[in-house]
Ligand binder design. Structure first.
Ligand code: SAM
Length: 222
């Protein structure tokens, strides 16, 4: 067993199972995806630590627990189509790709989208399509989605998302003001098209910047 594999096993036991992640498909996916491939080279040794890490463009790769919690809440099935908003490093897209049929991952920073697509391609995740754009508009060409997951926070769910969600589909995103006071929230679309909201836990994410999210401001790009 190589060193990274051991660290992955320990991360799953100590950070995920110990905090109540129970879905065996999610736990197995987190055991399979080599997180060290998605962090900066000089941060490889820290890849399995219990916190977010910096990536390019002033962004972060999320804490492993938050990725697992988000994807467990999304209840992904093997035939599902997923929209992942905020590709970042591509790590969460890879974990989602282990669980679902196909993933569209959208990122507003072209440099991040390019490097994530390269890593995902190198690792053989051919069921992930990375696109550059404003994910607050969703991505109509591949809709409807069984799940929309977002790793960036806005005061409310972007209005285009509900229209691009299948009946029974799930949105998992942090709702609240940028950088503090956010709630990871699950919204389930009923047959009447209405969203039923459920708060999961308090979190802190970077802002979801875009037409239907937070308005761009230089200090939000620190
Ligand atoms: N899930 C990512 C990973 O596994 O590395 C972490 C994502 S990081 C916490 C949030 C990302 O959302 C950033 O890369 C940021 O540029 C992106 N982002 C923010 N607003 C966005 C928008 N409107 N559309 C697409 N991406 C957005």
């Amino acid at each position: 067993m190589d060193d990274f594999r051991q660290r992955r096993e320990r991360m799953v036991a100590e950070q995920l199972q110990a905090r109540g992640i129970r879905d065996s498909r999610v736990l197995d996916a987190m055991r399979r995806v080599p997180r060290e491939a998605f962090v900066r080279e000089r941060a490889e040794a820290s890849a399995y630590e219990d916190h977010p890490l910096p990536i390019d463009a002033g962004q972060t790769i999320s804490q492993p627990y938050i990725v697992a919690l988000t994807l467990e809440a999304a209840e992904l099935g093997e035939n599902d189509t997923v929209l992942d908003v905020g590709t970042g490093s591509g790590y969460a897209a890879a974990v989602a790709a282990e669980l679902a049929h196909s993933v569209v991952s959208i990122e507003r920073h072209a440099e991040l989208a390019e490097s994530a697509a390269a890593v995902l391609g190198r690792l053989g995740y051919d069921n992930v399509t990375v696109v550059v754009g404003d994910g607050t508009n969703g991505y109509p060409p591949a809709a409807p989605y069984d799940a929309i997951v977002a790793a960036a926070a806005a005061p409310e769910i972007p209005s285009p998302w509900a229209d691009q969600l299948a009946d029974g589909g799930r949105i998992i995103m942090p709702i609240g003001e940028p950088r503090f006071g956010q709630m990871l929230t699950r919204a389930i679309r009923g047959h009447d098209g209405r969203l039923q909201l459920e708060q999961l836990c308090a979190v802190t994410f970077v802002p979801l910047i875009g037409d239907h999210g937070v308005h761009e401001h230089p200090t939000e790009e620190e």
